[in-house]
Write a protein that binds this ligand. Structure first.
Ligand code: FEO
Length: 394
């Protein structure tokens, strides 16, 4: 446990055991479940808890900060079990504590924990006086579930932001951006946003519009780094992500069954680099979908290379395209190349799917028969250049 501001303590835990977050998203550098204790002169509040396998470590940390009988309130910003999993164990130790959550969360508290008494559904901007500290609750529905809210502590100007501003990656090297270089967390913040939250981008924007006029000195999310020194940086990154603004760089995402489509990649990359942009290359069949989604959110230009399969796109590409729809990744500039032997048209079918997400399709779609001929490689280089040029002009 660590004090992040006078009488506000971090009591969260690191998880380096779980392989896949939500049983889908890899955690090569772990993840943290952040929880906090706010000690006012008169009242004490616990903000969020942690995933149940880590309850003992969590309770030990809480006890170092306050005796359990002094906890007056348990604030539940978000009902997902990575944050509420230890609620019943905390209540066993602190049965007097009253639960504060959003009105929409009240029914979830009943369904998940069979708790009705001592549960209070708060109003928008409702205040809770802790003595010299004051908590104010703001609803931010669908960032990430419909019941989600955030809690603002007015004296220290700390925003306990739940999943918003969060990231993958554990905090063993330090819990705030004063202790560690935040650059090591940026990619994992983008991955968390694009994998978990971006479906609800419209609501992220609404939440930012509501919260950013408030003076915020500390952002204390439910996962990942706590922002104190460079709050502006994480806010600006979040605004860019919510606006679907990628970097001026290109992702080449490719798949190849027998190597013909693969033969084109070097020429495409050469074209991108000649135009002066950075390129990231991922294999659609072998690099995890989590990183494909993240790199798509990060890069403004995408070039997809894949063969025709069963008269449609190569199946791992179908999965990727469907995730673009589900994760609502919009407004990218996209080029296509790929091999077919007899039927073709897969590139066109894939392009049509992306048009509904306002992706700008760069013509021509470079579909070819069998092995790419020499002229095709020049066209591929031109495709790389053309996509890069359009990204540069944005
Ligand atoms: Fe970290 Fe949506 O829970």
């Amino acid at each position: 446990m660590k004090e992040i501001s006078p009488e506000i303590f971090y009591v969260g835990v690191d998880d380096y055991e779980t392989d896949l977050f939500e049983s889908m998203w890899p955690l090569p550098e772990g993840v943290s479940y952040n929880a906090y204790i706010v000690k006012g002169k008169e009242k004490v509040a616990a903000i969020d808890t942690v995933k149940i396998p880590f309850v003992e470590e969590y309770l030990e940390k809480v006890e170092k900060v306050t005796s359990f009988d002094k906890i007056d309130y348990i604030i539940l910003n978000h009902m997902e079990p990575d944050h509420t999993g230890s609620l019943l164990k905390l209540l066993e130790k602190a049965p007097q504590a009253k639960i504060y959550c959003s009105k929409k969360a009240v029914a979830m508290v009943k369904s998940l924990f069979n708790l009705e008494e001592n549960v209070h559904g708060v109003e928008e901007a409702e205040e809770l006086d802790l003595g010299d500290k004051k908590l104010i609750f703001y609803m931010d529905p669908l960032v990430h579930w419909p019941e989600t809210m955030v809690t603002y502590e007015a004296e220290s100007k700390t925003l306990f932001s739940s999943d918003a501003f969060g990231s993958f990656k554990g905090l063993k090297e330090g819990i705030t951006d004063e202790e560690v270089d935040y650059h090591g967390y940026i990619d994992e913040t983008i991955r968390y946003f694009s994998n978990i939250v971006s479906k609800y981008t419209k609501y992220v924007k609404k939440a930012l519009d509501k919260l950013l006029p408030i003076e915020i000195k500390i952002i204390a999310p439910a996962h990942g780094l706590i922002w104190k020194k460079d709050v502006k940086h994480i806010v600006s990154l979040y605004q860019q992500l919510a606006d679907m603004q990628g970097e001026k760089s290109i992702l080449v995402l490719w798949g190849s069954m027998y190597g013909n489509t693969k033969l084109v990649i070097d020429a495409v990359v050469e074209g991108i680099e000649e135009a002066g942009l950075k390129v990231t290359i991922l294999d659609v069949a072998r690099d995890h979908l989590s990183y494909q989604i993240k790199e798509t959110a990060k890069n403004q230009g995408i070039i997809l290379g894949f063969p025709t399969y069963d008269g449609e796109e190569f199946p791992p590409v179908s999965f990727y395209l469907d995730m673009m729809r589900r994760k609502n990744i919009r407004n990218r500039i996209v080029g296509f190349f790929g091999s077919s032997l007899w039927s073709g048209r897969a590139l066109k079918k894939a392009a049509d799917k992306l048009k509904t997400l306002d992706w700008q399709i760069v013509e021509p779609l470079l579909e070819f028969r069998g092995k790419p001929a020499k002229e095709l490689l020049s066209q591929a280089k031109e495709l790389g250049k053309q996509v890069a040029q359009k990204v540069k002009e944005l």
